[in-house]
Design a protein around this ligand. Structure first.
Ligand SMILES: Nc1ncnc2c1ncn2[C@@H]1O[C@H](COP(=O)(O)OP(=O)(O)O)[C@@H](O)[C@H]1O
Ligand SMILES: [Mg+2]
Length: 342
């Protein structure tokens, strides 16, 4: 309550931002929740400018018009690509756009908690600070899985596994703000599945014409591990004509391709703890991120880990907003001394 009064007095808009490789979302204390795909594009030239009619495009709109745009996916592989043309600028545009979507009042100050892939946190916190400094009055940067854990009240004896596009981030919570040791990032994630699926499909159907973007869409529509009863087929053009192709086996193999690395990293991270804590953590494993939407993935991981004793793996209820919801909660709860003022 006290916090709410302060909020009114100081006229602060608290926001939680999840800055992801493929999707970024914002949740604000005025109840607004929005997301965009983390793509940015600027018109290539004078003609493109006339066709597009806007100085910059985001997300799906940028992807659709990519042939007329200087196109940038600035957080690919989880890290702001410093030095790569316009990538810093692109992160800045994403932040500005997300904050616009949250509709702050003209005189409102913005206090933001930004969740980023655990690797970016190590490598370029400074770049992230620079990207938000123009739009935000106070800031805290945290790792994405920590934001998820905070939002779900998983502060003690839990493991959050955030399966994103470029990276899968692991974070063990044991009652304090997680240290570097408690976090780990691997590249077995959504993009890796897409690469696998692309090569399996190219091998099986050499005459079919498809690209990475279509492959990702097939995955997002049909993803599963182990068994499902129904057939899985997709329309792919051959010699310019749409033809249905059976892609069930390829989808399953591609989705399962990340499982050995997930299982291995999970056991490795838990093994560092006292046996008593190991049991507790193992019974409190939560999958987050777009990859948690793969059908059957929690059950698979749970069974694979059972070899080492009982465990429980569940998925977050809302894969899209779990990170930004947690970041907002953190923003609203955090004492002022933890804020970095900009
Ligand atoms: N239904 C789905 N099944 C499998 N993967 C999915 C599904 N929906 C989204 N994804 C994948 O999840 C990844 C994006 O997850 P997200 O948590 O938004 O990532 P990031 O935090 O890296 O932006 C992408 O690789 C996307 O293709
Ligand atoms: Mg994410």
């Amino acid at each position: 309550m006290k916090q709410k009064d302060e909020q009114k007095q100081d006229n602060i808009l608290f926001v939680g931002i999840d800055l992801g490789t493929s999707r970024s979302s914002i949740c604000a204390s005025n109840q607004i929740r929005e997301w965009i795909e983390s793509f940015v594009g600027w018109p290539k030239d004078f003609i493109a400018q006339q066709v597009i009619g806007k100085p910059v495009l985001f997300g799906a709109e940028a992807l659709e018009n990519r042939l007329s745009l200087d196109f940038c996916r600035p957080l690919e592989r989880g890290i702001i690509k410093e030095g790569i043309e316009r990538s810093d600028e692109a992160v800045k545009e994403i932040i500005r756009h997300l904050i616009d979507l949250a509709k702050p009042l003209p005189d409102q100050k913005i206090h933001a908690v930004v969740g980023v892939p655990a690797d970016s946190l190590k490598v370029n916190k400074l770049a992230i600070r620079k990207a938000v400094a123009d739009y935000v009055h106070a800031l805290m940067v945290v790792s994405e899985p920590f934001a998820v854990a905070y939002g779900m009240n998983l502060l003690n004896n839990s493991l959050v596994i955030d399966i994103g596009a470029g990276t899968t981030d692991f974070c063990i919570m044991h009652g304090t703000i997680p240290s570097e040791e408690d976090q780990k990032t691997i590249l077995a994630a959504g993009d890796y599945i897409d690469d696998q699926l692309f090569s399996y499909l190219s091998e099986k159907y050499p005459n079919a014409k498809f690209n990475k973007n279509m492959v990702r869409q097939f995955k997002e529509r049909f993803s599963f591990v182990r068994e499902i009863p129904e057939d899985v087929s997709a329309e792919i053009p051959v010699d310019g004509k749409p033809v249905m192709h059976d892609i069930k086996n390829e989808i399953r193999r591609a989705c399962e391709s990340i499982l050995p690395a997930l299982t291995e990293t999970t056991t490795e991270m838990i093994a560092r703890f006292d046996p008593e804590f190991q049991v507790k953590i193992k019974n409190n494993i939560v999958l987050a991120g777009g990859g948690s939407l793969i059908r059957g993935i929690a059950g698979y991981l749970q069974d694979a880990l059972k070899e080492y004793g009982p465990c429980k793996v569940t998925c977050v209820a809302d894969a899209l907003f779990a990170g930004s919801d947690g970041a907002l909660k953190l923003a609203q709860d955090m004492p002022s001394k933890y804020w970095e003022t900009l």
